[in-house]
Ligand binder design. Structure first.
Ligand code: GLN
Length: 451
């Protein structure tokens, strides 16, 4: 813990942490030592972790990296983080992220962008660690924590993991409790870990997961022993290659990476099968209707009355308006505008209802594919990490980066990103494994075969 606390201080230029909690970390580590000495060590005893600022932590400022939450300090602990502390983990601090988890580059944060510890060979440009869990990914990659919590609504665990050479898994919807996690799009949001190895991710997820009566969408199922799946033989498993993911304009090196992944899995004894997910091309537009719709509703609570920032106006309505005008950043406002538009009476059928139907089709596509295969293999993102500022003025270009990740959230399935090599510039690239609902175990086995 002490070494990590020092590393965090030394690497402030990465802007991965928005709040450091060194005193608390040392206190937790001491309690951990005491439990260890008395032979009561938990599964994560003494493991120093970073916590994405979307998780409410009792007595510790939690802002979702939005100005509107000010220095909101919850009086309660999210279930996921409570589970980690129960098993002995230590909190190093709160990690930077895109505001309310909306973004793919960590540039929408009220605390400024996070820097990727990776650089192109011989280059000096600062790169994005991806988003929205950019702080989590950057901190894990730079060894500023042993592992981190993250959340994934449309790729926010997997894409940053791919951009930083780390492992990230978004579990099945309902595997981890959403209680105490600031809501973005409730039917898509899931918590999961970012870690240095597949096994670390398995150990962390085992601790984070579990049924929680405080979240009505939490699944009443036992948590499997995920670490036991790591290193397990994958011989005879059938892995599908969805042909629709071979999108136009995909760089040759991403295609080459994909072929490499296929070769590795073949060597490990898997059977490779081409499958079709015909509605894939509608996933991105459907996601960018459903997610903003739910966000506009979830974010209605930030009115200057309950939490954080309040900018006084002449009357109540004016106070609402001024608070929201000042408190929300541009991307969040864009999502609220889109969301309220697609939910409005005149457009509901044309956009929101249509998007929900597309979502059903996408889930059906996966169901059909999973009659033939045990898991799917795809690239995680259509590119390696890009430069900070490169896409920040072009929301559509930014949204296109989520092309391979949003489908999984729409269908509620587990997805994992594994570091799979470097591109020509020496930047990490990730491969994505997609599993059947509640079958994260197979992903851990396949992930350790690729790792
Ligand atoms: N990049 C996507 C978005 O901006 C996904 C974000 C996420 O998974 N939280 O909505």
């Amino acid at each position: 813990t002490v070494a990590h606390v020092q590393a965090v201080e030394a690497a402030r230029a990465l802007n991965a942490y928005v709040l450091e909690t060194p005193e608390r970390a040392i206190e937790m580590a001491k309690a951990s030592d005491a439990r260890r000495a008395s032979g009561q060590a938990g599964a994560l005893e003494g493991a120093p972790l970073g916590i994405k600022d979307l998780f409410c932590t009792e007595g510790v400022r939690s802002t979702a990296c939005s100005k509107i939450l000010g220095d909101f300090t919850p009086t309660y602990e999210s279930t996921v983080t409570a589970n980690l502390w129960r098993d002995g983990a230590v909190m190093l601090g709160k990690l930077n992220m895109d505001e309310f988890a909306m973004g793919s580059s960590n540039e929408t944060s009220a605390f400024g962008p996070v820097v990727n510890p990776w650089r192109t060979q011989g280059g000096n440009a600062q790169l994005t660690p991806g988003g929205s869990s950019g702080g989590s990914a950057s901190a894990v990659a730079a060894e500023l924590c042993l592992g981190a919590t993250a959340t994934d609504t449309g790729g926010s665990i997997r894409q940053p993991a791919a951009f930083t050479g780390t492992v990230g898994i978004k579990p099945t919807y309902g595997r981890c409790s959403r209680w105490g996690v600031v809501a973005f799009a409730s039917s898509l949001d899931q918590a999961g870990p970012i870690a240095r190895t597949v096994e670390d991710a398995a150990i962390l997820l085992k601790s984070m997961a579990g049924h929680d009566p405080k979240d009505s969408t939490s699944l009443p199922v036992e948590t499997p022993d995920f670490p036991a799946f790591c290193g397990k033989s994958v011989k005879g498993l059938r892995v599908g290659i969805p042909k629709e993911y071979r999108v136009e304009g995909m760089p040759a090196e991403i295609e080459a990476l994909w072929q490499q992944g296929i070769a590795w899995l073949k060597d490990a004894g898997c059977e490779i099968v081409e499958v079709s997910l015909p509605h894939t091309k509608y996933a991105l537009p459907a996601y960018y209707i459903v997610a903003p719709a739910e966000a506009s509703s979830n974010l209605a609570r930030y009115d200057g009355m309950r939490y954080g920032l309040r900018v006084e106006g002449g009357n109540l309505t004016e106070t609402y308006e001024k608070t929201r005008a000042e408190g929300f950043g541009a991307e969040v406002k864009r999502r609220i505008l889109i969301g309220t538009y697609v939910l409005s009476a005149g457009y509901y059928d044309a956009y929101y209802l249509k998007a929900q139907k597309v979502r059903r089709r996408i889930a059906d596509d996966f169901d059909q594919a999973f009659e033939k295969v045990d898991a799917l293999l795809t690239p995680t993102a259509p590119s390696a990490a890009f430069a900070l500022g490169e896409k920040s003025d072009d929301p559509v270009a930014m949204y296109l980066n989520d092309i391979f990740t949003v489908t999984v959230n729409l269908a509620g399935l587990p997805g994992m990103s594994i570091p799979a090599g470097l591109d020509a510039n020496g930047l990490p690239l990730g491969l994505q494994l997609i599993g059947k609902a509640l079958d994260e175990g197979t992903l851990f086995s396949l992930g350790s075969a690729i790792e």
